[in-house]
Design a protein around this ligand. Sequence first.
Ligand code: Q46
Ligand code: ZN
Length: 326
Amino acid sequence: MKCRRCGDAAVIDLRRHNAGFCRECFLRHCREQVRRAVDEHDMIGPGERVLVAVSGGKDSLGLWHLLRELDYDADGLYVGLGIAEYSDESAEYARAFATRHDLKLVEIDLPGEYGFDIPEGSRAAKRAPCSACGLSKRHLFNDAALTHGYDVLATGHNLDDEAAVLFGNVMRWETEYLGRQHPVLAAAPGFVRKVKPLIRISEREMAAYCVLTGIDYIVEECPMAVGNRHLGYKELLNQLEERSPGSKAAFVTHFLERAQPRFVGEATEAREELRPCASCGAPTPGDRRADAAEPGMAQRGSHIVCAFCRMRARAVGTPIPVQVTP
Ligand code: Q46
Ligand code: ZN
């Protein structure tokens, strides 16, 4: 097979684009996909500082590399989740990448700084591990970006991730989530802008990008991913893609063009109803009934405490410290 752009021998075949690419043209194609995503959705303005959430995996390290290649001022953020050897090993990959490319990596250690790890948080909050983990990451990423003065937080969600999440949201008609499912979530009081520049690139393409650029990433899956619903959706979507290349991209892009705007109102309303957490100040919908059942909450009357602070209090077994009295 020949490269579609230059006619050299192709190293990768992209059925979705009905084309093969040589190494140079494929890397250029990946940069072009990120550039188009950033431009189309106004993800990053001139001179803005970007914080890239990196896990040590191919998507996030590849994204960091791509943003630097495109000359963005992008630093990395690694959050240690305390998932046994997996976390130790993934941290090593993130640090090695930062050192090799002489980049700044901000590090947060959940057990060291907050007193609990994901398995403990999951048990304490009676949430599935990935739910406890997702909640913690959203909280800590946002907090780190605001604390360190970044304009944008970028995550490595790729086309396959977005298609799987969309599939799950449509299966349950989660209309509020559908309204929020967009490659850009605008900044708001207490929220940094969040962007997903890999929305146009598949998982397989990101793996190829890392291999071809020599990025060393953690290949093992997180041990807590077993049974994760999204992995099942990805398998189903891969079967569809196999039969009909381009299905995933069409599913996501047509959703964004034709359906997502219909759900924005509900998501915006939900965001407007958020109140600051009485413990950490982060915007939260809270749950007054759950708060009332929390140790130490009775004295605080109707104060709202965010899900992260509630999980932390349960996991470490101490009352929730309240800093703000609205
Ligand atoms: S790290 Fe966390 Fe993932 Fe592991 S516990 Fe689940 S969400 S699978 S991206
Ligand atoms: Zn809080």
